[in-house]
Design a protein around this ligand. Sequence first.
Ligand code: AN7
Length: 350
Amino acid sequence: MEQCLLAKYRDFLPTTPQTPIITIGEGDTPLVRSQRLEREIGCGELYFKLEGCNPTGSFKDRGMVVAVAKAIEAQNSAIICASTGNTSASAAAYGAVCGLTTFVIVPRGNIALGKLAQALIYDARILAIDANFDKALELVRVLAQKHPIALVNSLNPHRIEGQKTAAFEIVDALGDAPDYLFIPVGNAGNITAYWKGFVHYKQVGRAASTPKMMGFEAEGSAAIVRDKVIPDPKTVASAIRIGNPASWRGAVAARDESGGEIDCVNDEEILDAYRLLAAKEGVFGEPASAASLAGLIKLAKSGYDFSARKVVCVITGTGLKDPDTAIQSAKPLTELPADLETLEKVIVQG
Ligand code: AN7
């Protein structure tokens, strides 16, 4: 059996002999070479890091396993987070396996159905409030200060530490860092974590270079791009509908130190990339995940030359979490009577 994330990267993580080694199979996700879009976009090499293959279907598990292990080490019996959905699903799963009480605060009516289903079936206490993610995070910060409950949002530095491991895996798979890393940006924890991971690996000599960090916010929630808090963030990509990113400074540092960019893509660009990824590569990511590919396509169209470059797009979560958006975005299905002739007619006509 492969070693679990906490054991495998023990030397790079804040674990101590007292840290419980827990796992539900996180990490070690595939880095898949593009079959078709690489040529169409004009990249030297294009890869997708499939973070939807984590046990709860998103990259959050990498950070959550560390945050929850450290919470147990600190003798907490409850954890809490605010979430646009994936953090809550992940917290609920690790809370469940560790026998913790898990509180998740989510914007009511504004998280994808699959994510809500996950938090429910993992038996978390779901507090759905009439507010957006930014307000939920504000409230959670206060609650975690006033009560003996561990905060497991990415404000918790252990989350960032765990999420670094995705950068390690990319370098281990490619033999060095790629030239560019494209990544969706919401609360900005993940771009901060990847950058930390790439820098760390270079410092210890496991990588010769670091990539340019290319972060993409949704246009209606592009606080970092516009350099101001967005009080009422909007986008079809509910996972990144965040107007006041907690790791704002980390994202800006990643951009500036790597020589990268933080830009935004609109909903049409996100949904186009979402459909392309599925229809051309067989990769079903959730809409927010497609912001990385949408960003790459946007820059390629605007004249960037990636033809001699190695590019990785992080696909942060699985599309199965959000069936509603998939069904609304795809061509409608064909409903027919159960009749051979009718079916043949359709098949022959194509
Ligand atoms: C699929 O679950 O913020 O920039 O509360 O679910 O590190 O926030 C999710 C974010 C990208 C953005 N892709 O990452 C939450 C939450 C997916 C996500 C992001 C999220 P960050």
